[in-house]
Design a protein around this ligand. Structure first.
Ligand SMILES: Cc1cc2nc3c(=O)[nH]c(=O)nc-3n(C[C@H](O)[C@H](O)[C@H](O)COP(=O)(O)OP(=O)(O)OC[C@H]3O[C@@H](n4cnc5c(N)ncnc54)[C@H](O)[C@@H]3O)c2cc1C
Length: 285
């Protein structure tokens, strides 16, 4: 069933302050950025609200700012902007890779990082890289600003640690030295225009032949994008032998809880998650 457009209000807000004031009024206003998630719902007659305030004119949300400590990505920065940014390309390759996997070019030109995060899907392509890159989410409301680690932002399926009067204003990525080795994969029905069945991002650092740091994150293996701390702890400070990789596969299996849905089965996701982990660890050997 399609929606009847005159039933909906859309306001192009001229300032961040007036946007926050509308969200704070509690009259059902919700933000819209690129609209690539919301317009699908509207078209299907499933949009859960009728009043939208557009972030399109808010230039402060569309900037990428590089400082010595962080790269700060405005929430309304598009996937195309992310892929084109030289510092993101060299220091945060997993995020740029995920941006290039998100839908097709039209999607990447419109869809924003903030929208991908706020949509709260466990299959969102940006989620595993954000977990691995230790992203911090900056929130703003009329009551002030706060920052929360992305690893703590998902409270449950489609539930975020964000109030209705709050807006994601930016995402901070701490800059690291370049000794990290990265690996990302998206497994979907096709190479483009397909929501992932499962996705993976990994990062590792070595001291000699021992892993001195490791980050492992998956999409679509749990109700929320998952950082696999138990498997990480098992691998940390150890060298990578075939036996240890086999053991890590078994530990990972206990840490994830994939489900059957329209895109895949729990069994397939479980097997592919283990294969992706082994593939990553194999590249490090
Ligand atoms: C054809 C197609 C293919 C797609 N393929 C992929 C894919 O491969 N991978 C993938 O991950 N996604 C995919 N998507 C989903 C979508 O493109 C992304 O999730 C995109 O990042 C959403 O961003 P947006 O700016 O368009 O969000 P919008 O649709 O504008 O908003 C999405 C949600 O976020 C909220 N929101 C937006 N900005 C903010 C903010 N700053 N603060 C708080 N809340 C906010 C909105 O209220 C809404 O609830 C696809 C969509 C389509 C239509």
């Amino acid at each position: 069933m399609r929606s009847y457009l005159p039933d909906y209000d859309l306001v192009l807000s001229a300032s961040l302050q007036s946007t926050l004031a509308m969200l704070a009024r509690g009259e059902g206003w919700r933000p819209i950025a690129g609209g690539t998630d919301l317009m699908v719902l509207l078209n299907a007659g499933k949009l859960p609200f009728r009043r939208m305030v557009s972030l399109r004119k808010l230039d402060e949300l569309r900037q990428i700012v590089v400082t010595e400590a962080n790269v700060t990505i405005g929430a309304a920065v598009t996937f195309t902007q992310i892929q084109d940014h030289p510092v993101l390309r060299s220091e945060f390759p997993l995020l740029c890779q995920a941006a290039s996997w998100t839908g097709g070019w039209a999607n990447q030109n419109q869809g924003t990082l903030g929208g991908n995060i706020a949509n709260a899907s466990p299959a969102a392509d940006s989620a595993p890289p954000l977990l691995v890159h230790d992203a911090q989410i900056r929130l703003i409301s009329l009551n002030g600003r706060r920052s929360i680690p992305y690893a703590e932002f998902h409270l449950g399926y489609k539930m975020l640690a964000m109030r209705p009067d709050e807006l994601i204003c930016a995402i901070d990525l701490p800059r690291r030295d370049l000794k990290w080795r990265y690996h990302g994969r998206k497994v979907g029905t096709r190479r483009a225009q397909a929501i992932s069945k499962i996705s993976f991002a990994g990062a590792a650092c070595f001291e000699g032949d021992r892993l001195s740091a490791i980050r492992l994150a998956f999409g679509s293996v749990a109700p929320v994008p998952l950082r696999c701390f138990v498997t990480e702890r098992f691998l940390l400070e150890k060298s990578l032998t075939e036996g240890r990789i086999r053991e890590a596969r078994q530990i990972l299996k206990t840490e994830i809880s994939p489900i059957d849905d329209v895109r895949s089965t729990a069994e397939y996701r479980c097997m592919v998650a283990q294969n992706l982990l082994a593939e990553f660890l194999g590249t490090l050997q």
